[in-house]
Structure formats: structure tokens, C-alpha cells
Design a protein around this ligand. Structure first.
Ligand code: SAH
Ligand code: SF4
Length: 434
């Protein structure tokens, strides 16, 4: 999502003549895209902005702009703390970036715009001027979040949920496909509540529309909320071949008590039963998730329930985080904070358990023939006469493989090829093209 947003900054500024610089020293403008979802990300942003002071001293003409969640949250406080920052623009001000830059150039005073607009997402430029020939591209279909999980800052810095119209989304994807894309990932904080508020189109119906685009082979989406994983979405998995065999469905905890304190609005049983239904429709679906350890009040017993959930679902991949306070999220005020040492121990135990399942899940692929969408060359290309390619299975497993045939490198990229899987590693597979 952040990569997509950063690309968007570039797209918004290209009509003004801005092009990407090779190095920081070459740049006339530096834009810092910040994330504040976890404390660590925010600290990284602050330290990066801090280091830009040196660059600005070397080149006083340099314009420094800060966008993203930290900008939204801090607003004018950011320029007081870092006087070398010239422009602060919030999460809903991206479309106004050219105007803010012009205002700064004319008035030479610092510019801060953190206004939140509502309604449909403003018309941001799509990939028109964009010549990146990547096979797999991201498309934002909605912004913001209305869920207010008690630990989360997103609804506070990204605003209320707003969805793009299906027409805009389809048009953007058609352009991407005309430009060589074969796979799209539909992005949003909570994509499966897409269009509900605006009553424009449901998420499963959007998937059905996207699936009709000729030349597009695969559709993915991230992220979805378990409470909104509707029967109709499960049905769409049964109907649409282009919909990939993978779902990222963050569960956050395996304890009902903690899920309730988190305001997640589902129970572990509901979560497990949704996954079971999905597996009935798509037996080979891979499931990944996000997990928070050390939420305020989490006992050893609660944590055991989380480990037990991992044993039950056997996730293919897990992003696990130590809970951190994110004011103004309500959990900041919750009692029984878990000591950092305990959080670290729990994180380690969770990741160790998960690793056994991601390994086992990958081992299942050995001996199979998989359909791999070729994305490019593998990082390890040792011999000149044997080219190694890299791509992904529908279930989102990275496959590095030896290619066959006289086809040029470019000819293979963007195609789906059959690969016999010979080896499995914790995070990738290895094989040979058939
Ligand atoms: N909208 C998505 C994810 C948003 S943030 C969803 O609902 O799943 C990405 C992940 O960061 C979350 O899934 C959660 O696991 C983690 N996260 C969010 N706030 C956090 C906090 N205060 N402390 C630790 N992890 C957090
Ligand atoms: Fe945050 Fe919850 Fe919204 Fe995800 S669904 S962005 S975790 S509030």
C-alpha cells in the first residue's frame, strides 16, 4: 500500500516536470512517505526526517515534503520539530500536492495541509503516464477505515472509508493490462467492505467485473476483515478462476477475550469456520494473517489460545507484531500492559511455531506441477546459458525456476508457465519449467 502511495506522489508530480532522481544529492525535492501504524515505523520516519537536515544544509534550495500517516497526525507540529521541512501534506491531500508545491515556491512559507475530505476518492491520476512494464500491479479501490479496532491508529489518520467507483477501477486496470500487467492486487484497509456504504457495487461484484477484463490472468486483494468475509465472497472464490488461491485474513489473536477487547467483532470459532468454508470451495487456498502479541491484558492463557489457533489453521505466512501504544487509539488507556520482555518471548514462540507450518505447507508442493506467472529474472543467475526466472503460484508462493526453450527473456515474462517443483524452502520454491 505504501509503495502504491509513493508511486502516486510521482504520478501526481510528473505533469509538473518532476522525474525521479538517481541520488539524494541530485534531488530538488525529497518526499518522505510515512507510516505510523506501529511505533517502530513512526520512529523510523522521525529519524529519517531528522537526517534530512544535513542534506538541506548542503543544498538550501532543496524542498523537503512529508506525507502519509505521521504527517496527518502531526501536522504543523512536524515543522516546529524539524524546521527544515517545507511542506506537510496529509493522507487525503495527495491530489493537492502540485498546488501545495506552487504555494511554497511563490510564498516561500511553510505549507501544511492535513484536511480530511469525505465522499468518493478524489480523481487521482491513474497509470496513464506510467510506463512501468511490471506484470503485477497494485490498484487502490478504497481508502480509510471505519472499524476502529481498539489498538489501531488507521481510522484516525486515514479517515473514514471511501470507495472508488467500479468504472474508475476497471478503466485503470484496463490501462495497466494494455501496458503489460497480467495480475492486479486490489488494495484497501478493508477491501471486503468495498462499496457497502456508497451502495455502488459490492466487493464480490467488483471482483466479477474485474474478472471479465481480457488479458488479465490473476486477481488478488488485500486486506480483508474476517467479519466482512461474506458468503458471496466465498461464492466468488468458487466462480472465478482468475481469483487467486490465497487470502490474507488478519486474525490478530486466538483468544475471544482479547478479540473482544480489540473490538474485532468476530470470535475464533467464526474465524475458523470461515477458513473451513473457503477451503471447501478452494481446497488448496493458502492463508496468511497478521497477529498482535502482548495486547494489554493478554495472559499466558490468552497467548496459548493464539498458538492453538496457529495449530488449527496452519497458516502459510504470518506477520506478527508486538503491541505498541498508538495514541489516540483507545487501547492506550487499557490497564495491564504486558512487559516488553514478555512480548518479545511471545513473538519468538509464535514465529517459531508458524515457521514449522510454513515449511510443511511449502513441502507439500514438491513433486507438483504448478502454474507460475513469470515476473522476471531470479536474483540468482549463475550460469549464462541457463536462465533462472522468478514468478509466483496462484497461492502466492515465490518460485525460482530454470527456464526452457529458446524464447527470449522478455518473451517469457508475463506468461503463465508450468513448473515442476523440486525443492521447498521456508519462503520460496524451486523448480524446472516443463
Ligand atoms: N487493515 C488491515 C491492517 C492494518 S495495519 C487489517 O485490518 O487487518 C497492519 C497490521 O498492523 C494490523 O493487522 C495489525 O496486526 C498491526 N497493528 C496495527 N496496530 C498495531 C499496534 N498498535 N501495535 C502492534 N501492531 C499493530
Ligand atoms: Fe486498523 Fe482494524 Fe481498520 Fe485494520 S480494520 S485498519 S486494524 S482499525
Amino acid at each position: 500500500m505504501n509503495v502504491y502511495d509513493s508511486e502516486m506522489f510521482g504520478r501526481v508530480l510528473r505533469p509538473m516536470g518532476y522525474v525521479p532522481a538517481e541520488t539524494f544529492e541530485d534531488a530538488d525535492l525529497v518526499i518522505v512517505n510515512t507510516c505510523s501504524v506501529r511505533k517502530k515505523a513512526e520512529e523510523k520516519a522521525f529519524s529519517f526526517i531528522g537526517r534530512l537536515n544535513k542534506l538541506k544544509r548542503k543544498n538550501p534550495e532543496l524542498v523537503v515534503a512529508v506525507g502519509g500517516c505521521v504527517a496527518q497526525q502531526e501536522g504543523a507540529a512536524l515543522v516546529s520539530r524539524f524546521p527544515w521541512v517545507d511542506i506537510v501534506f496529509g493522507t487525503r491531500a495527495v491530489g493537492r500536492l502540485p498546488e501545495l508545491l506552487r504555494r511554497f515556491e511563490e510564498l516561500k512559507t511553510r505549507v501544511v495541509d492535513v484536511t480530511m475530505d469525505t465522499g468518493l476518492i478524489e480523481a487521482l491520476p491513474d497509470h496513464d503516464h506510467d510506463r512501468t512494464p511490471d506484470v503485477s500491479r497494485f490498484v487502490t479501490i478504497m481508502r480509510g477505515c471505519d472499524n476502529f479496532c481498539s489498538y489501531c491508529i488507521v481510522p484516525h489518520v486515514r479517515g473514514r472509508e471511501t470507495s472508488r467507483t467500479p468504472e474508475n477501477i476497471i478503466r485503470e486496470i484496463e490501462k495497466l493490462v494494455a501496458n503489460g500487467a497480467r495480475e492486479v492486487t486490489l488494495l484497501g484497509q478493508n477491501v471486503n467492505s468495498y462499496g457497502l456504504k456508497e451502495k455502488i457495487c459490492s466487493f464480490p461484484d467488483l471482483l466479477r467485473k474485474v474478472a471479465q477484463i481480457d488479458g488479465l490472468f490473476r486477481i488478488r486483494f488485500a486486506t480483508s476483515h474476517p467479519k466482512d468475509l461474506s458468503d458471496d465472497l466465498i461464492r466468488a472464490y468458487g466462480e472465478l478462476d482468475k481469483l487467486c488461491d490465497h487470502i490474507h485474513l488478519p486474525v490478530q489473536s486466538g483468544s475471544d477475550r482479547i478479540l473482544s477487547l480489540m473490538n474485532r467483532r468476530y470470535t475464533r470459532e467464526v474465524y475458523i469456520s470461515r477458513i473451513e468454508r473457503l477451503r471447501q470451495v478452494r481446497p488448496d487456498i493458502s492463508v496468511s494473517s497478521d497477529m498482535i502479541v502482548g495486547f494489554p491484558g493478554e495472559t499466558d492463557e490468552d497467548f496459548k489460545m493464539t498458538l492453538d489457533l496457529v495449530d488449527t489453521v496452519k497458516f502459510d505466512g504470518l506477520f506478527a507484531f508486538k503491541y505498541s501504544d498508538r495514541p489516540p487509539a483507545p487501547a492506550v488507556g487499557f490497564s495491564d500492559k504486558v512487559p516488553d520482555l514478555v512480548k518479545s518471548q511471545r513473538l519468538e514462540a509464535l514465529l517459531a511455531l508458524e515457521k514449522t507450518y510454513s515449511r510443511k505447507n511449502n513441502d507439500r508442493y514438491i513433486g507438483r506441477v504448478e502454474q507460475v506467472l513469470v515476473e522476471g529474472l531470479s536474483k540468482k543467475n549463475v550460469k549464462e546459458d541457463e536462465i533462472q526466472y522468478s514468478g509466483r503460484t496462484s497461492s502466492n508462493k515465490v518460485v525460482n525456476f530454470m527456464g526452457t526453450g529458446a524464447e527470449s527473456y522478455k518473451g517469457k515474462v508475463g506468461k503463465i508457465v508450468q513448473v515442476s517443483i523440486e525443492k521447498a524452502f521456508p519462503h520460496s520454491l524451486w523448480g524446472k519449467e516443463r
